[in-house]
Design a protein around this ligand. Structure first.
Ligand code: AMP
Length: 618
């Protein structure tokens, strides 16, 4: 994507800026570009080394930070100073990872379960954003070293189920690393692009992306139509991958050779050596049908048939996830038009076979499964660089976005399935006289009452000049940028008072949460409609009580005693019906109070108008 251009003013040669694609992975990360000559996506690597940079960070206690292969070596010698799987912590609170904290050998701060996780190394604290930024910095340096030109712009991929907070955290990590993150895109979308699926605007397809990496498994069902990638469903297991395959082989050898758990506990390096041998065995069994080596006095052996039996349960688990994903997308396996393989573990022949059989078609596995996501990110970067004008990536909102209005109701500004970037605005007003502030509470979800939806953010528009209720015009605007990050603004149009907030929720939703919310909105639809009707009736009743009260305060002496008594009793009845939460009764009592007050309200208005007109020539 590096292009040479001539600066007309100076006549000098200029190299156009490079935009790299980055796969920021749980186990490994890598960076790719579109080769300027071949126009093909390529992963960057130094000479003969691998394109993959282990997502591992080592802090030496002084101020040195090492990332990648060198850091990975420290996992055994300095586990408390070596951070792996930082991606699992992105946008998470301690509460979110409490059950899994034993899986981390380093120290995770848990003094405030609600706030975002931090990692302690020595006397220093690091957020997952800091940690990811070290990995991104390393990738940036690597790319600059290989390309011999500054790299300041990137497209970074994230799992499809990442929520706003996790996407924002990834973007912040990029910023910290000195990268202008032009776009955050979904990993399955990138993988699809790497296979050329969805590049053409005319293409309409439903595909499955099966991603089995070192430590995670994701299955995503995507619908691609007119350049829009819609995630129909995702499923998976955030703790299932190649590491489990290795562990299964280790367990097999331990059993076969009678290596006791006590011996392993006394000799941790033996376990590590077994794991490394198991990984070699696994890789070799992708191409041969047996593996043999010696370790100390042990003869480690495994045949392909034994290996396949060992891993069958793991594969079955992934196939069950595929089934669930299809069910959630309301599709049959036969409706999937392509199956894209991602992640090093999809090199295992039995994995390919099982997935192919499940979907009833041959899987797409021609692109290097370790690189496919980064390559797709590079293709997206190329599109953003304007080199592929045919195509523009569009995502859609998974859930509706709106604000809370009177009665705790959800007022949707951007409905679910809206293409992003998206913009919407609506006007609101105050409910009481001289109201100087308005609380804007932003929610996400499909239910009619905000209490059933998820609060994303809240802010106060203050400094509204004193005006009677209903007079201020507060315009609330929602803007979702191309990364799916929402900015909410509020402006009182008469005074110009304004306030805005970028929505960075601390805790987000997983895809299964989104699905649960959608499902709930359907199963509770009837209750929701009733609840909305009740809330609306209550708001109307309360408003009428307020205006009647105000009217009486001003004009009580113009009413007959009878009118006063009748009004007081109708107000009381309406108040009572509101506390009883009986919608029909509230509506009836609202109507009755209206009936009683209408004649004298009209009479007094007429008199006021007549009085005002007296002595005036019209
Ligand atoms: P990823 O997270 O995509 O980088 O995947 C890395 C995982 O792929 C690790 O568990 C590797 O052991 C595994 N892997 C790499 N090459 C092979 C292979 N030839 N056969 C089986 N697994 C592999």
């Amino acid at each position: 994507m590096a292009k040479i251009a001539i600066n007309i003013a100076t006549g000098s040669l200029q190299q156009e800026e490079i935009i790299v694609g980055i796969d920021l992975g749980t186990t490994n990360s890598l960076v790719a570009i579109i080769h300027p000559e071949t126009k093909q996506a390529v992963a960057l690597k130094e000479h003969d080394s691998s394109s993959m940079v282990p997502s591992v960070i080592y802090f030496d206690g002084q101020s040195n930070v090492t990332v990648g292969d060198e850091a990975k070596k420290k996992l055994i010698s300095s586990p408390e100073r070596t951070i792996f799987s930082a991606k699992r912590l992105m946008g998470k609170s301690y509460n979110d990872i409490r059950n899994r904290s034993a899986a981390f050998s380093y120290k995770i701060i848990d003094d405030n379960a609600e706030s975002l996780v931090k990692v302690q190394v020595g006397d220093k604290f690091y957020s997952p954003v800091d940690l990811s930024s070290y990995i991104l910095k390393e990738l940036k340096h690597r790319a600059e070293h290989i390309l011999k030109t500054p790299v300041n712009k990137a497209v970074i991929t994230v799992p499809a189920y990442f929520n706003d907070a996790q996407r924002q955290a990834t973007r912040d990590a990029g910023k910290l690393a000195g990268l202008d993150v032009l776009r955050i895109i979904n990993e399955p979308t990138a993988a699809s692009l790497a296979y050329g699926i969805g590049i053409s605007r005319e293409e309409n397809k439903v595909i499955a992306v099966y991603d089995l990496g070192g430590g995670t498994f994701d299955i995503s069902i995507l619908r691609i139509a007119g350049g829009i990638f819609e995630v129909l469903s995702t499923n998976g297991d955030t703790y299932l991958g190649g590491d489990d395959i290795d562990q299964a082989i280790v367990e097999h050898w331990k059993k076969e050779l009678g290596i006791s758990t006590e011996k392993i506990a006394a000799e941790p390096s033996l376990n590590q050596a077994l794991r490394l041998a198991a990984e070699s065995a696994k890789k070799q069994l992708s191409v041969t049908d047996s593996y043999e080596t010696t370790l100390e006095d042990y003869e480690l052996k495994i045949s392909l048939a034994q290996f396949n039996t060992l891993i069958q349960p793991l594969i079955d688990t992934t196939i069950r996830s595929c089934k669930s994903a299809l069910k959630d997308a309301d599709l049959k396996a036969s409706e999937i038009e392509a199956v894209v393989m991602v992640g090093g573990s999809t090199r295992v022949p039995l994995v390919k076979k099982a997935v192919g059989e499940f979907f009833g078609r041959e899987v797409n596995d021609t692109v290097n499964p370790d690189e496919v996501v980064a390559l797709g990110a590079a293709i997206q970067a190329d599109i953003l660089a304007g080199n592929n004008k045919e195509f523009l990536l569009i995502d859609i909102t998974p859930l509706s976005l709106g604000i809370e209005t009177a009665g705790g109701l959800m007022d949707v500004l951007i409905p679910r399935n809206t293409k992003i970037p998206a913009k919407a605005s609506r006007q609101y007003t105050t409910q009481v006289d001289a109201q100087s502030g308005m609380r804007i509470s932003v929610f996400q979800g499909e239910r009619d009452l905000v209490e059933h939806n998820r609060k994303l953010a809240e802010f106060n528009l203050s400094g509204i000049p004193g005006m009677p209720a209903g007079l201020p015009k507060v315009e609330v605007g929602f803007l979702i940028n191309a990364d799916g990050i929402l900015t909410v603004s509020a402006r009182e149009l008469r005074s110009g008072v304004a306030q805005s907030i970028e929505v960075k929720p601390q805790y987000g939703l997983t895809d299964s949460d989104v699905e649960k919310m959608l499902l709930e909105s359907i199963t509770h639809a009837k209750d929701d409609i009733a609840a909305r009707a009740l809330a609306e009736a209550k708001t109307e009743g309360e408003q009428l009580l307020k205006t009647t009260e105000r009217f009486l305060q001003k004009n009580a002496e113009l009413l007959t005693k009878d009118e006063l008594l009748q009004t007081a009793s109708a107000m009381q009845a309406l108040q009572l019906s509101i506390t009883m939460n009986d919608k029909d009764l509230i509506q009836k009592k609202t109507e009755e109070l209206n009936e009683i007050s209408r004649p004298y309200a009209e009479r007094i208005m007429d008199e006021a108008v007549a009085g005002a007109m007296k002595g005036k020539n019209v």
